[in-house]
Design a binder for this molecule. Structure first.
Ligand code: ZN
Length: 375
């Protein structure tokens, strides 16, 4: 048959995709093992492997020990066959990353460019990305697209940032920036992007709540490989849960929001904003740091325990605070345990494993995910 029905093509494409994903998650797997694990015939596996190798997406990476007969060949993905660009836009800085199919960062650039709605801003950000790509001499044909992370709420189609208190902007259209980058662009909230990076670093099928404790507090509900956004794409705006009625003013205009008690700047005020240095002081027994931590950790424990009650998933502490919290994690766990109705010990709380620039990396991974879906 010259033109097989669409359903056959769909099945072939799905098989190819499953094979690619299996090699992606099981580096060095052999063809017979692929056939066995996916319950596919060897001819089907061989045909699809040939196609994937011709596309330059997988390679033979060595021979495996065999108990007799011919040695089986180990298969690996070609990590640098494609790249995604990630851009994290914050109030004062821009971070650009280049991420490959394995999720590894191959290049990065950072520049102090305060956010602005002026045309010149788009050009400056574009140049940061250009410089990064030039440094690695990346073949433009290998770029699958760019992900742009912002500290704000996005429209349903993602084309507009409807609101960002941090950037002081409303109804910001991404089109000029997308056009300047000259790549297919996807847009994502910064905490959701960080949650995606964490998912790649830890557990692709995982379900957890990611709590982003940086200059603002945000979060993401990661569920089966996606950040769940909710009806209005505000899912995970944990920073604006009220934890103290009538309490400290929040930048959003309300009082008593979690953000006012648990953003990273609360700890950083002792050390000119340096959260790592704060934890050094705390460990050294500094009394001011201990008092600050006591108030901070009690507020955080309220939030963490509430999230555990709602979702019953692991809670991942991320952002600047999560990157440094390791040695104070047991203390946070104990505080959360004291509030827990079901006598849980707090071991459901863990520190993020992806500690550097998770939002810029997660934004790039959105495009890597899209590409892998298309294989
Ligand atoms: Zn608020």
């Amino acid at each position: 048959m010259r033109h097989p029905p669409a359903s056959n093509i769909d099945v072939r494409k799905a098989n190819r995709n499953r094979i690619y994903r299996l090699i992606h998650s099981h580096d060095g797997i052999s063809r017979p093992e692929i056939a066995q694990r996916l319950s596919m015939s060897m001819p089907t596996v061989l045909l699809n492997m040939k196609a994937l190798m011709e596309q330059g997406l997988v390679r033979e990476s060595g021979s495996l020990e065999s108990t007799g007969g011919r040695k089986a060949l180990a298969m690996s993905i070609v990590n640098n066959a494609r790249f995604g660009v990630g851009l994290d836009i914050t109030r004062d800085r821009v971070v650009a990353t280049l991420v490959n199919l394995a999720g590894s960062v191959r290049a990065r650039r950072e520049a102090a460019i305060p956010f602005s709605t002026a045309k010149a801003y788009v050009e400056k950000v574009g140049r940061v990305v250009d410089d990064m790509l030039a440094e690695r001499a990346v073949d433009p044909g290998r770029l699958v697209g760019a992900g742009i992370s912002v500290p704000g709420i996005l429209s349903a189609d993602g084309a507009v940032m409807t609101q960002s208190h941090v950037l002081g902007v409303a109804d910001y259209a991404f089109a000029p920036l997308d056009k300047r980058l000259g790549l297919p662009c996807a847009h994502v909230n910064d905490a959701n992007a960080a949650g995606i990076a964490e998912m790649w670093a830890v557990d692709p099928d995982g379900r957890f709540v990611y709590l982003s404790l940086s200059n603002s507090v945000g979060g993401a509900l990661v569920w089966d490989g996606n950040a769940r956004l909710g009806d209005n794409r505000r899912g995970g705006e944990i920073g604006h849960m009220t934890i103290v009625p009538g309490g400290k003013p929040c930048y959003c205009g309300m009082k008593g929001c979690l953000d006012a008690y648990c953003n990273a700047a609360v700890l950083g005020k002792l050390t000119q904003g340096d959260v790592g240095m704060f934890f050094d002081l705390l460990r050294a027994g500094n009394a001011k740091a201990a008092a600050l931590w006591d108030a901070y950790a009690e507020s955080l424990a309220i939030a963490v325990n509430s999230l555990r009650m709602i979702f019953d998933y692991d809670i991942v502490v991320g952002g600047y605070v999560g990157a440094h919290i390791d040695r104070s994690l047991d203390d946070l766990r104990a505080r959360a345990a004291r509030r827990n109705t079901f006598n849980e010990q707090g071991d459901y709380i863990r520190a993020c494993r992806h500690k550097t620039e998770p939002s810029a990396v997660g934004a790039a991974l959105l495009q890597i995910e899209n590409f892998i879906d298309s294989i």
